[in-house]
Design a protein around this ligand. Structure first.
Ligand code: GLY
Length: 359
């Protein structure tokens, strides 16, 4: 089992990376979590992994019950949070209790938000099962829900007590979801680590053959890159914003698509949009843009914005948390492994790039 730490003073926590659930109970015990726990999962994950995870948790000495929510981003809202609160009240959870998120990004974000707010904060454990969650959302403490068509608009920074990654859960994912998660993996290479991007480029087949060593190394590198950024800027006052690479356009596309497109699919389009903007601003050359498009295409991510109204995407971008003084903030590449934040006020340029994305 691989163990890495996210160092945040008294909020520091371990991330365990392994290939099954056998050591989950032991890892929870070593975090000294006691008393009642509620495992929150969704219907899809529950079918494949709910029982196995509950069995493993029983080894920790926690008294565990389970609450199953509907799957999908459409349910990441305050109605679902209310259902969770009602269950926690019925189960008589107290301040020593723990919520365990077993699932993808939606389950992790919503469970974390419930943990951050129930009784003004109870323990929280992440057991991410999707690639998106293992590569990105389970690490760093961003939790929240969508409201009024704005993604993650209500939320908190609330760090888990531990993250337990079983990479073999990726085998249970629909291929489209696995492909979608690759967008955040590729993002990490682009923003911080050219060698990692190259590694992904040359090992795509082995990733999709679910070779355990490759998956564990990929998980470790993702968590090290993300953990390092979070350690330097937990609350996104500056550096952490680079993790939003591809998300300014990506979030808007996601909302305008009515969540028909998956998060990673939208981030893929958003990253290409950012590269095209950077190319127009003469920050990167055409070969670099083509290479990135090829890498995204090779893993099966969309590289063209089809059937979506570019004007709507443009307007939707102004409903994002990343807006500063009513101006759009983009994270743009200077080279593979190096990005910077820029405010772009040139409406024509942004619209031109959105139109190019459709071609
Ligand atoms: N997913 C971006 C972040 O955690 O900051």
């Amino acid at each position: 089992m691989i163990k890495i730490m996210v160092s945040l003073g008294e909020r520091s926590y371990p991330i365990y990376i392994t290939t099954d659930y056998t050591e989950l109970g032991k890892c929870i015990s070593s975090a000294r979590l006691k008393g009642k726990a509620v495992l929150i999962t969704d219907k899809n994950v529950d079918r494949h992994q709910g029982d196995e995870c509950i069995e493993a948790l029983k080894m920790s000495g926690l008294e565990v019950t389970k609450f199953v929510i509907e799957a999908g981003e459409r349910n990441k809202n305050l109605d679902t949070v209310k259902e969770i609160y009602t269950f926690l009240i019925r189960e008589k959870l107290d301040r020593q209790s723990t919520l365990i998120a077993l699932g993808g990004g939606v389950v992790g974000d919503i469970t974390g938000f419930a943990a951050a707010t129930f009784l003004r904060g109870i323990n929280f454990v992440q057991v991410p099962t999707s690639l998106l969650a293992q590569a990105d959302s389970s690490v760093g403490g961003k939790v929240g829900v969508d409201l009024e068509g704005s993604k993650n608009i209500v939320g908190a920074f609330y760090q888990p007590k531990l993250v337990y990654i079983n990479v073999n859960t990726l085998k249970t994912l629909p291929r489209r979801e696995m492909v979608s998660g690759m967008a955040e993996v590729i993002k990490h290479g682009i923003i911080r680590d050219p060698d990692f991007l190259e590694y992904i480029e040359y090992n795509t087949n082995r990733i999709f053959s679910f070779e355990p060593d490759i998956l564990q190394l990929m998980a470790k590198t993702n968590c090290l890159i993300k953990g390092n950024i979070v350690e330097q800027d937990e609350k996104e006052s500056d550096l952490r914003a680079i993790l939003n690479f591809g998300h300014t356009i990506g979030h808007a596309v996601e909302t305008v698509s009515g969540f028909e497109l998956l998060h990673g699919e939208c981030v893929s389009l958003g990253m290409i949009g950012a590269f095209k903007l950077a190319q127009h601003l003469q920050m990167v050359n055409e070969d670099t843009v083509k290479r990135v498009i090829r890498i995204l295409d090779n893993v099966g991510l969309p590289t063209r914005l089809e059937g979506i109204d570019a004007d709507k995407v443009y307007s939707q971008m102004f409903h994002d948390k990343k807006i500063k003084d009513s101006k759009l903030v983009f994270v743009l590449p200077k080279a593979i492994g190096e990005v910077i934040q820029c405010t772009i006020e040139d409406e024509e340029l942004i619209k031109k790039v959105l139109a190019e994305l459709g071609k």
